[in-house]
Write a protein that binds this ligand. Structure first.
Ligand code: ZN
Length: 427
């Protein structure tokens, strides 16, 4: 059992945004689960021995952050100068992903990637590995070893990419099925069927992905949608008989409530309505959208249409694994669309909102009793400008806004996975 005394913050409900902040709280963790959170004074009156608590009163404790779209091998190409999406894929991403044909390289990289997530306070992510079955297997093994709640998938690509990254429809389907049997539901792991996007998958491959999801309906589906104008033009060329980009995925059974679509920047009204009706999820990747010059999402329009929108780093198109930094970019993108995203709304997206988007909100996303104890403790580096600025904050909302505007990984003082400390900053 662990009892940690800190300032506690979590979101209780996203529909009507409701959150709870305890200026002096205690969280009790037992067997990897949250037993309860209490106000320290009240706890003491009820017999809690505060001297037995780990004293983190100088820190803000929040639930582990969740990233709904990120590419593990792309830690090798983050921050690479380039033109827009298709150029970037050809010049950097595909050559880098080719190295993952070496399982030993893939294994080392998986650990480095997971270390990076932990340093950033991200305890759950939905991950594109590469098109290599062995590399994907190594990724799951590394996450399993760390008891992290991770979703991942082998990328399916059978055309318009370098030969050493391409599978074929049948081979990709069989490899995915083997990985699902080995890893989906094992420990805290889940599998996402992962056609990269309609450009690099033939109709046969998209059909095979749809078949896989039918055979294993509690898996997820992840892919890219409507990120870049040139990409959209290519899709209409490659699928000339299908009305629009989203309908391509729908045609092959890939538009479901378990589907997470990265980007969704340039959807038509008809596509937005189809997306909302069928319950497809949107991963908003602001850092990547700015970096690759892809465009500005219209969060308000998507939400008003009834689409569920989460937040994601999309490293390596995105430039940081830090979800706080990602939220800062989200704020800027929304500003350019005439919408000022509030700090609490942004925080809700990266925690309970993303858990709901993935259908994992009964397990993670906030500090409710019985949830898995994935926790993060925040404290700006002493003597830093951020520490000075936060010292002047008059409310928890103001403090959060400073974090999302100024933060990087150095904000995270400690990361706890399944009740166990797995990362601690050395000051
Ligand atoms: Zn992506």
């Amino acid at each position: 059992m662990r009892a940690i005394r800190a300032r506690l913050l979590h979101v209780e409900s996203t529909g009507t945004l409701r959150w709870k902040y305890l200026e002096d709280g205690v969280i009790i963790v037992e067997s990897g689960l949250i037993k309860e959170i209490v106000d320290a004074g009240q706890g003491q009156r009820d017999g809690l021995d505060l001297s037995q608590c780990e004293d983190r009163r100088d820190m803000l404790l929040i639930p582990g952050l969740i990233d709904t779209h990120v590419h593990s091998p792309q830690i090798d190409v983050i921050a690479s100068y380039s033109g827009q999406l298709l150029d970037w894929l050809d010049k950097y991403t595909f050559p880098a992903e080719s190295r993952y044909s070496d399982p030993f390289y893939a294994e080392q990289s998986a650990h480095d990637f997971l270390d990076g997530l932990i340093a950033a306070g991200t305890t759950t992510a939905m991950v594109y590995v590469t098109s290599h079955e062995a590399a994907t297997d190594r990724f799951f093994a590394a996450a399993y070893q760390r008891q992290m709640r991770m979703i991942g998938g082998k990328v399916l690509m059978d055309r318009l990419a370098p030969a050493n990254l391409c599978d074929d429809a049948k081979g990709g389907e069989e490899a995915s099925a083997r990985l699902i049997k080995d890893w989906h539901g094992k420990g805290r792991l889940g599998y996402a069927i992962t056609p990269r996007f309609a450009v690099t998958s033939s109709p046969e491959q998209l059909a095979s992905a749809g078949r896989l999801h039918k055979a294993y309906p509690d898996t997820w589906i992840q892919t890219h949608l409507s990120e870049n104008h040139e990409e959209i033009r290519k899709v209409s060329e490659l699928y000339p008989d299908i009305t629009d980009y989203l309908s391509v995925y729908d045609r092959f059974g890939l538009l479901t409530e378990r589907s997470v679509f990265g980007h969704c920047l340039h959807l038509s009204e008809a596509e937005i309505s189809l997306l909302a009706t069928k319950g497809g999820r949107v991963a908003f990747c602001p850092s990547s959208n700015l970096f690759l010059g892809s465009g500005l999402i219209d969060l308000k329009v998507l939400r008003e249409a009834g689409a569920m929108v989460g937040i994601a780093s999309d490293v390596g198109g995105g430039t940081s694994l830090s979800m706080f930094r990602t939220l800062g970019d989200a704020f800027k993108v929304c500003q350019l669309r005439g919408y000022s995203l509030s700090a609490m709304e942004a925080f809700a997206m990266a925690t309970l909102g993303n858990a709901e988007l993935l259908g994992l909100d009964s397990l993670i996303g906030n500090l409710a009793k019985g949830k898995e104890a994935d926790l993060v403790l925040l404290k700006p580096k002493p003597e830093s400008i951020m520490a000075r600025r936060v010292g002047l904050a008059r409310s928890i909302e103001e403090e959060l806004f400073v974090y999302m505007t100024m933060a990087d990984e150095t904000l995270v003082a400690e990361t706890i996975v399944n009740g166990v400390t797995v990362g601690r900053r050395n000051d």
